[in-house]
Design a protein around this ligand. Structure first.
Ligand code: F6P
Length: 332
């Protein structure tokens, strides 16, 4: 192993910069040349490269986003797109590739690893924390804290006006982030794609709470509640609005809706995300130095673990039903 390329792909996540920094500095320490790939797989196909030195990654450990930038590439999904990417890597003499991203990015990495002799290793980076074979992915802790901050602020207003708020958190396919935010933020109801819910029961719980003297209620909804709640409204619009409207209609409560959206993805990474990113970045270099391929590095019970990338893609990371029930019990 002599030359390693590194890229960030899919949704940006706070801590990606810290991971790139660790890959670059640990790689150079081990005698490797490190090449940054701009704009994820899209930049890889186009050969949008930048050699990275120790100084190239100075002053980024505390920054959100990714200085290499990111993209979701349609072309890379095709064999022809991946062939072009391999050609670009060969052209610059790279024999290893570090991919920092979510499960979609890992799928691309696996195919590239299978179709070529480029050694690949994935680092989990997504606020959704929906990647198997690791307890945490980079960016999740920061996003969780961002959501809690927003909930605290909204709670002030909700209490002052005795209102019900529907807050929507990110997570198209996974309710992990929403469940943990709801549990840590004391939401009255948590609605996520993994579990069915009955809106009548949600309404009854709200009413019972107000009867007991509650001054406000927060319903935290995952972006992807999907088929759990059918609405005839514009499908491009967040379902949280229809949900707020329906609650108002059914039990006459004054509701307001806040969709947190992309403000959950940015911001300075927390200490936990920086530490995780730093450890995983260095571990990814170690994996490549062993000559192994199609691996992912993760952290389980605070220990670095290496898994097959295929296992991470094919396994489902389940949300903890016990925590879902606990959140319900504590909010009664
Ligand atoms: O996967 C991260 C994530 O932020 C999801 O929670 C969200 O559904 C999606 O990305 C949004 O993607 P985009 O920024 O491309 O709209």
């Amino acid at each position: 192993m002599k030359k390693v390329a590194v890229l960030t792909s899919g949704g940006d996540a706070p801590g990606m910069n810290a991971a790139i920094r660790a890959v670059v500095r640990k790689g150079i320490y081990e005698g490797l040349k490190i090449i940054g790939v701009k704009r994820g797989y899209a930049g890889l196909i186009e050969g949008d490269f930048e050699p990275l030195e120790r100084r190239s990654v100075a002053d980024i450990i505390h920054r959100g986003g990714t200085f290499l930038r990111s993209a979701r590439s349609e072309e890379f999904r095709s064999k022809e797109g991946r062939r072009k990417a391999v050609e670009q890597l060969k052209y610059i003499g790279a024999d290893g590739l570090v991919i920092i991203g979510g499960d979609g990015s890992f799928k691309g990495a696996q195919l590239l690893g299978e179709e070529s002799d480029i050694k690949t290793v994935g680092i989990p980076g997504t606020i959704d924390n929906d990647i198997a074979c690791t307890d945490y992915s980079i960016g999740y802790d920061t996003a969780l804290n961002t959501i809690l901050d927003a909930m605290n602020k909204i709670r002030d207003t909700a209490t002052s006006h005795e209102r019900t708020f529907v807050i929507e958190a990110m997570g198209r396919h996974s309710g992990f982030l929403t469940l943990m935010s709801g549990l840590a933020g004391g939401a009255e109801s948590i609605l996520i794609p993994e579990f069915d819910f009955d809106l009548d029961q949600v309404c009854q719980k709200l009413e019972a709470g107000y009867e007991r003297g509650k001054l406000h209620s927060i319903i935290l909804v995952a972006e992807g509640i999907g088929d759990n709640f059918q609405t005839s409204r514009d499908l491009n619009e967040s379902k949280a609005f229809a949900l707020g409207e329906e609650i108002s209609k059914r039990i006459g409560l004054e509701t307001r809706v806040t969709v947190l959206g992309h403000l959950q993805r940015g911001g300075t990474p927390t200490a936990q995300d920086r530490l995780l990113a730093t450890r995983l970045g260095a571990a990814a270099v170690d994996v490549l130095l062993t000559g192994e391929t199609n691996k992912m590095v993760g952290v389980i019970h605070d220990q670095i673990e290496v898994a097959e990338i295929e296992e991470a893609i094919e396994s489902q990371k389940d949300v903890d039903e016990g925590l879902y029930e606990l959140a319900d019990i504590l909010s009664l």
